[in-house]
Design a protein around this ligand. Sequence first.
Ligand code: ZN
Length: 878
Amino acid sequence: MPTDAEHTIFLKDYAPSPYVIEGVELEVDIVPETSTVRAWLNISPREGTAPGTPLVLNGEELKLGSIALDGAPLVLSAYEATPGSLTVFEPPLKRFVLETSVTIEPEKNTRLMGLYRSSGTWCTQCEPEGFRRITYFLDRPDNLAVYKVKMIADRALAPVLLANGNLIDSGDAGNGRHFATWEDPFPKPSYLFAMVAGDLGSIHDNFTTASGRQVALGIYCEHGKEDQCAYAMDSLKRAMLWDERRFGREYDLDVFNIVAVSDFNFGAMENKGLNIFNDKLVFARPETATDADFGSIERVIAHEYFHNWTGDRITCRDWFQLCLKEGLTVYRDQEFTMDERSRPVKRIEDVRLLRAAQFPEDGGPLAHPARPDHYKEINNFYTTTVYEKGAEIVRMLATLLGEAGFRKAMDLYFERHDGQATTIEAFIKVFEDASGVDLQHFQQWYLQAGTPKVKAEDQYDPATKTYRLKLRQKIDPTPGQPTKQPMVLPVKFGLIGPNGAPAEWSNVSGGDVRDDMIVLDKDAVELVFEGVANRPVPSLFRGFSAPVNLDINLTQDDQLFLARHDSDPFNRWQALQDVSMTLLTNAVRGRMWAEPAIDSLATAIGETIGLESLDNAFKANVLLLPSEADIARTIGENVDPTQIHEVRAAFIRALVGRLEGALRATYDRLASEDAYSPDQRQAGRRSLRNNALGLLVRGSSVGAELAARQYQSAGNMTDRFAALTPSVVMGVPGADALLEDFRVRFTADPLVYDKWLGLNAAPPEDGTIERIRTILADPSFPKNNPNRLRALVGSFAAGNAVQFARQDGTGFRFVAEFVADVDKRNPQVAARVLTAFRTWRNYEPKRRAEAEAALKSLRDSGGLSRNTADILGRTLDG
Ligand SMILES: [Zn+2]
């Protein structure tokens, strides 16, 4: 049995394969139960390959039927075939064609990698290593090949046959069967391969590119759902236009298709010309989808489309470089949403997500660099560090180089690396060459894990009119990285004078200051600003210009001053969050807030939501107070989620006690009879109104009644769900009846059923685990569908800290048992749910012991997949 060490793959061991597959022809005979895949691989030895070097192809769960080389069957002694690999011992040292035929069983494929069947539709997921479950291949991203695929299937079962590229042939295949042949002229790695066969409905549209290419657009879905695809189509067309205008990137094939499937491990997949989507990121209508759902669809449709250039045309040399395509593409989709909607609001939402999901990863046992240097299971590296922190790194590059400099570098990147599988080093080199700036030190962002902590201290001397600002940075050790170098931090900043206007200075020394940006690249700097007329209040990391934790010695008065006067909207929002967080963490530590402190915070919040000059979506974010998870993370040790929950609930009651009139007025003022539209203006209005309602339910006597009325009268899912959620979480009288009404009305729609599942998992009360167990035990519960499992148990483990981290250990044990069970069928879903344990060492001792016991009993149960064993091992060791 292989040891753990043998399973570890290291970046330093990267070597090109001795052979290259340049062209692929597939003939896929799709038949229920057993499908047959014939492959003709055009293979060449790489220059320098020694005679007698074996050709080793990857496989997984494959059964070889026949094998031939240049048309001649291979004798048994010339090759070895196992379900996991195919070795040809002495292939010729010239171009040759290897022909294989394998059988696979898509119906039995519950891992949802390779070719599988979802609600009757055959579809594929090949990233990162799923293609090897379809045929023997060099299943690695640096093997770029052109593909031609002939699919043959029963016409009644699968009238629709789709693959990458352009359709070049189709017709009758006899016996009620038909075929379609697709050809993709762009060389691509195997992880971008896709095919779909099924009985699907569709909607169609078209797009004309800037240079006049006509592109046929199609979205395919389950019959009867066509009317729910319109917003996805609209988002796609806007994304195509935006990428031309902002980055000069045009689409390059005649066809762009999207297919929505109901069983999918990921959100969506950017296969060349044939994106495959989790249906929850395609389907939307006002009655069943919230504004947040519409927003996610817009974002992910754009993200996958943008991959056509950043991912498909330029791909990754190896999986260590995953961040090359993901960090960059998340940055691009963030910018798209900012341009389409509101820049500051999008920034606040992204930072909220980064702190909620990535910071805990970066500060715990699963911390890893954005470009890791080793892994056991690459599936476990589709993380918020690779995606969201990866996007922050690209954003810092854009901040350091400026908009024009960034665009110039991106142009060079597309020009230099089109058609290549490349690396982070090559990406950084492009930015250096385009700008003339040395970025070797900056590159540490890709290599070092951990969130930098920045401590800021300032001092003003009225006698000399001198203002001193001291900045220090530090990164705690992370697994495998005990010591750290300082990072390059772009600190966008401003100094604000007593009248609220920017403070001026005559000279600054002691560090690298460029207009409104300090570049901090050492452990510490002390900046000296001379000629400053009055004591200023500093506004640092404007727009969250670097992903750090900032600790600054500002008083509550200073922070409320920033909340009123900062010209940077992000920091205005941040200042109010900081005031709340200080009061909350002090209270958790036993120092209860003083009433005047709450008074002034409430006054500032009331003023902010009353300002005409601010948009509603921004104000809605002001009403979202720090979450229980935010508080737990800020405290960092001896965490007792029940205590945090109680402190936060009391804090909300105290604030709402002072703000009830303003919240109620906001709620009443923003009522609207307009027909629903998911646009920013309407969505912003609804989010402010609904966040006001949420606070009223949590902190006033009138809230429950208002929510019940809104639930019954709502004309769209956004308003209905926003009324239901706080009612259920708070367990207000009548909440159970509303939840049951919701089930009866909506749960025939699987995507709304997910919302109901999530609500069942949300209440912080003792009966919640039993309630989840009952749902899971129902024989009709679809226990192999990733969306359902994530909605119920994934949301419980990640979002209901009070019950997950119960002091008696019931929550930990329940989730560990669930992981052990699901792991047998779908390791990716199991491993993902298990990551909820990543903060287990931060709990108080009793909970810590219970979490450890649950993890160890999972480990001792044995038989875990590599995915789950890897997460478990790192969680326990880290
Ligand atoms: Zn992506």
